[in-house]
Design a protein around this ligand. Structure first.
Ligand code: TMP
Length: 254
């Protein structure tokens, strides 16, 4: 059987044409990058785990009425998604100070923030995804004020829900990044959650020990990266069917 047409290859995922119009297949790679591509590596089994973790979180979010692009998981590394027009913004939510917030503002890592903070970054690799204000977003037409209102409302609900979900399995949701897209249905546009939610784009700390269970282990060469991703899946009760032994998974569905 012929391979499906590849539409886009990103740092951690590949998008293929889906089986029906308006659908895509999202393939999760083991490739990891940090520092906007300056550091590259492989985290064995990451694609399989992120496919499963993102499936689980998107399904749980759908249950509370957060519209998202996920349709169903196809196999160990692939999921069927709705094709959306991606809004060129990365929405970062922070509950505890970490990462660039600390370097930018000199705040001690681990400081609980007085309230959740939302930041916007313009999705543009060649510019290194610069931070932008609402003014830039509306002035350059990346999203309207109404779109931003929808995005903020959804983001705050997602943050509340995921904070509780992770806390229930002994994990602090420190911060995370979301992407949204526009879904057109009969001339009506809806903003829906897109991309993925996984330890690649969240900071997850053990509640008790504060041990990092996310991509910071790769970014900062802390070791035991695979084990951290596995531990997140294990705590969520969703290790891949084949268990820990077969995280490589099938290469690709034909
Ligand atoms: P930061 O502290 O480096 O700004 O990252 C904040 C959160 O956003 C962290 O959970 C990692 C995530 N993130 C991404 O997923 N992709 C990115 O390109 C960046 C800069 C951050």
């Amino acid at each position: 059987m012929a391979r499906r047409r590849q539409l886009y290859e990103g740092k951690a995922k590949i998008l293929f044409e889906g089986p029906e119009p308006g659908t895509l297949v999202q393939y999760f790679k083991d490739d990891a990058t940090a520092g906007n591509g300056t550091k590259k590596g492989i985290i064995t089994g990451k694609g399989v785990l992120n496919n499963r973790i993102s499936e689980y979180l998107m399904m749980r979010l759908a249950e509370i009425g957060i519209p998202n692009h996920f349709i169903r998981r196809l196999n160990m590394r692939e999921q069927l998604i709705r094709e959306v027009e991606i809004i060129p913004l990365e929405i970062v939510v922070r509950n505890v100070a970490a990462g660039s917030l600390c370097t930018r503002l000199g705040i001690q890592e681990g400081t609980r923030l007085p309230r959740s903070i939302i930041e916007y970054y313009y999705k543009n690799d060649s510019l290194g995804d610069p931070m932008v204000a609402e003014e830039h977003i509306t002035a350059f037409g990346w999203a309207s004020t109404m779109d931003i209102d929808d995005i903020v409302a959804l983001t705050l609900r997602i943050n509340d829900f995921l904070t509780g979900l992770f806390l229930g399995v002994g994990i602090t949701l420190v911060d995370f990044k979301l992407e949204f897209g526009r879904l057109w249905e009969n001339d009506e546009m809806r903003i829906v959650l897109a991309d993925e939610i996984s330890p690649d784009n969240c900071r997850l700390w053990d509640v008790r020990t504060h041990e990092k269970m996310d991509k910071d282990r790769f970014r900062r060469d802390l070791g035991r990266v695979e084990e951290a991703y596995q531990e997140v899946a294990k705590r969520l009760g969703i290790l891949p069917e084949a268990g820990m032994r077969d995280l490589k998974g099938p290469e690709m569905m034909q």
